[in-house]
Design a protein around this ligand. Structure first.
Ligand code: GAL
Length: 450
């Protein structure tokens, strides 16, 4: 009965989308030459659809607003709004979202990472509708890569597979960004090992240049650095094993990685704990006539969206040291909470988010590559993918893929929390043995290690 009504809903939704796109009932108010987009005004009787993200800055909010705008223009009976909650990586939004979902008052849809964050927090406890109807109606089971499909879905008690969210993007977490002028004037090229990184960093520091910008007022940014050194030391299989119990957290390799982590932290800006990730990325952008405040940063490729949005072009990029050929991936996705108020409207919105056309509106702003394999060719009048993104699209197809812990894919949220507590202590007072003990315990507490 329930499944039947969802199917009917999907048919209605798709029919409504086709009708809305072929009509020209939007109320245009202004045009943007850069994107070819038209901005529309909310109709007096439009039904509100609330979307919550943590995209409040640069390319992040521009991209989400662009796709929301497209939806609102094409579907004047609905009005999607972005109730964004500031705080990189969802460091503030995630707790707020969980409270709302638990209280039975969720937004109609919200940003959630594919993998454990989606499945452990919302799907297993039964807070989400499945969106199998959207997957079927739109052919998404053949349009998203299998590895992505695997972690936006779960089996029910009868063993039937269901889909619970639509991935909007694929981000790469393990990227090194550098100021090209600083690198060329110091005869440097992107370091491909952590040993090279440390040599280059020492040379830069000797010249009075801060080697690495970090903004860990959300500790996740330092957690990502830790993941990068572990990935370099252990390789893709060894790194994957950390999250399945196949790789021991007490091994000598992990100790080596933690020692490297400590050395790397010796080359970061002194004000790191007061900066957000984007403020740290901006340290690579020189003020007029001045030197940039730092030479490098290590951050997910939403940093490309930040640089592009600021009109900064003098940046180079490479896989984080020691991780060439490995793509540490995460995806932002959107689903339908069981208690959502506007299910028809939100499903129509999700239809756009998952489509190749929708992904080619959003991702060029965001620094990510599209999750839908049929996307990648925006119309000539729209914003195009950057040089970085074209490179990333190639890497995404050929690299080994590993999941991100900090961005919800690799580990349960409680495990991530335990790692972050340990990293917070370590950043304040580095003690490799204490960090390793805490990481070993965190894996046991997650019931993955014995
Ligand atoms: C990640 C998210 C990205 C970006 C980043 C910085 O968790 O997946 O889309 O928003 O945080 O806030």
């Amino acid at each position: 009965m329930k499944i039947m009504s969802r199917r009917i809903l999907a048919v209605i939704s798709v029919a409504a989308l086709v009708a809305a796109c072929s009509s020209s009932s939007a109320t245009p108010t202004a045009s943007s030459a850069a994107s070819g987009a038209t901005t529309c005004k909310e109709a007096a009787n439009a039904t509100p659809v609330e979307a919550v993200s943590w995209w409040t800055t640069g390319g992040e909010s521009s991209g989400f607003n662009a796709i929301i705008n497209k939806f609102n223009c094409d579907n004047p009976t609905y009005w999607v709004s972005n109730s964004a909650i500031a705080g990189g990586a969802g460091s503030v939004a995630q707790a707020a979202l969980q409270s709302r979902v638990l209280a039975g008052n969720p937004p109609d849809t919200f940003q959630v990472h594919m993998g454990h964050e989606l499945l452990d927090t919302y799907v297993t406890p039964g807070y989400m509708d499945n969106i199998d109807d959207l997957y079927t109606a739109n052919g998404w089971t053949t349009q998203f890569p299998q590895g992505v499909l695997n972690i936006v879905s779960a089996k029910d008690s009868t063993g039937t597979l269901h889909y619970y969210s639509v991935p909007l993007d694929i981000h790469r977490a393990n990227v090194l960004w550098f100021n090209k002028t600083v690198f060329s004037s110091n005869n440097l090229t992107a370091p491909t090992t952590w040993a090279d990184f440390l040599t280059d960093a020492a040379a830069l520091k000797a010249k009075g240049i801060t080697p690495l910008a970090v903004g860990d007022n959300g500790i996740w940014a330092s957690g990502m650095l830790l993941e990068d050194v572990l990935l370099a030391q252990l390789g893709s299989d060894g790194f994957n094993g950390l999250w399945t119990g196949a790789t021991s957290w007490s091994s000598a390799d992990v100790t080596t990685a933690l020692n490297t982590f400590q050395q790397v932290l010796g080359f970061v800006n002194t004000d790191h704990s007061s900066l957000t990730w984007d403020q740290a990325a901006d340290y690579l952008i020189p003020a007029a006539g001045a030197q940039p405040k730092a030479a490098m940063t290590i951050m997910g490729d939403w940093a490309a969206g930040e640089f592009d949005n600021k009109g900064f072009t003098d940046y180079g990029y490479a896989a984080a040291p020691g991780t060439t050929g490995i793509y540490q991936a995460l995806a932002d996705s959107f689903g339908v909470p069981k208690a959502a108020k506007q299910k028809a409207g939100v499903k129509l919105f999700l239809t756009l988010l998952g489509s190749a056309a929708g992904q080619d509106i959003f991702n060029p702003y965001k620094g990510s590559v599209p999750a839908n394999t049929q996307a990648g060719n925006p119309p000539a009048t729209a914003k195009q993918y950057s040089t970085y993104q074209k490179w990333a699209m190639g890497e995404w197809k050929t690299d080994k893929i590993v999941p991100s812990m900090e961005h919800g894919a690799a580990a349960a949220p409680s495990w991530k929390g335990a790692v972050e507590t340990a990293v917070t202590s370590f950043v304040a007072t580095p003690d490799v043995a204490a960090l390793q003990t805490a990481l070993v315990q965190a894996c046991k507490d997650a019931t993955v290690c014995k």
